[in-house]
Ligand binder design. Structure first.
Ligand SMILES: Nc1ncnc2c1ncn2[C@@H]1O[C@H](COP(=O)(O)OP(=O)(O)OP(=O)(O)O)[C@@H](O)[C@H]1O
Length: 249
């Protein structure tokens, strides 16, 4: 059974259509990467799926228990320490005060945040550390579905890889499903079970590709070769690096 089902989703901002006829199913324990040119509506679709934006058309079935979101911008509360930021999501989720400390510690450990980091305020943390706090905050409530909206784009290569590994391992060992938006086909090929490509103008999902091996069994050479061949030979990926909104005049 699918964890998330999007049927015939359509949306417009100020009368301008950004999404039309979008169908997408995400199975339980599956990560689907959503790729497509800048401005094609990927974030809008994630926001609709996560119930942050009301779509103009379509039907959404959320069959998961609880979701979290991780954005490119960590958006931490500046007046709260890292630990308090993580605990805040637990408070919102209704976790009793007495149970929060333990859950914060477990989530922090999963992203390699130490107790001295947990005492710091966001202004004292590097960009990578802030993003780790945001990921710990998302994991702390024990979601079974996560929306990832380009969460690692701003991180350096080494940290990005560690965070991708965290996603791969968390999914491999648990009950997690997710929608992972990224511009980076290499990243999609590393951590997703399937890759869905959105049309340049949000007019439907153009196609979906899946991998023969689960993410934890793919090595770097396999991923590299897959990406090279997808970009050279698969017409589905022909337009994913179009940059309609970021073109330099
Ligand atoms: N709140 C809003 N009001 C008006 N227009 C919006 C709003 N949010 C997004 N848009 C427009 O809708 C279109 C789709 O935006 P969206 O952010 O969903 O695309 P995206 O594929 O995620 O882009 P990127 O890859 O650059 O992050 C864009 O043209 C964007 O400018």
């Amino acid at each position: 059974m699918s964890a998330l089902s999007l049927q015939d989703i359509g949306h417009a901002y100020l009368g301008r259509t950004v999404l039309e006829n979008i169908h997408l199913e995400i199975e339980e324990r599956e990560i689907v990467a959503l790729v497509g040119p800048s401005g094609c509506g990927k974030s809008t679709l994630a926001h609709i799926a996560a119930d942050l934006v009301e779509p103009r058309a379509g039907k959404i079935d959320r069959r998961y228990r609880r979701h979290s979101m991780i954005f490119q911008e960590p958006s931490l509360l500046p007046w709260a320490t890292a630990a308090q930021n993580i605990a805040y999501s637990l408070q919102i989720a209704g976790v009793k005060r007495g149970e929060r400390r333990e859950k914060v510690a477990v989530a922090a450990e999963r992203v390699a945040l130490f107790s001295e980091d947990l005492r710091k305020y966001p202004v004292e943390l590097s960009g990578g550390m802030k993003q780790r706090v945001a990921i710990a905050r998302a994991l702390a409530t024990n979601p079974d579905f996560i929306y990832f909206d380009e969460p690692f784009t701003a991180l350096d290569v080494a940290l990005r890889r560690r965070m991708q590994d965290l996603v791969i391992n968390t999914c491999a060992g648990g009950q997690l499903s997710g929608l992972f938006i990224t511009h980076d086909l290499q990243e999609a090929a590393r951590l997703a079970d399937r890759i869905a490509v959105l049309d340049s103008h949000g007019h439907g999902v153009l196609g979906i590709r899946s991998f023969p091996l689960p993410p934890q069994e793919r090595d770097d050479v396999t991923i590299f070769k897959w990406v090279q061949s997808a970009l050279k030979e698969d017409p589905l990926f022909r337009h994913i690096h179009d940059v309609d909104e970021r073109q330099i005049a």
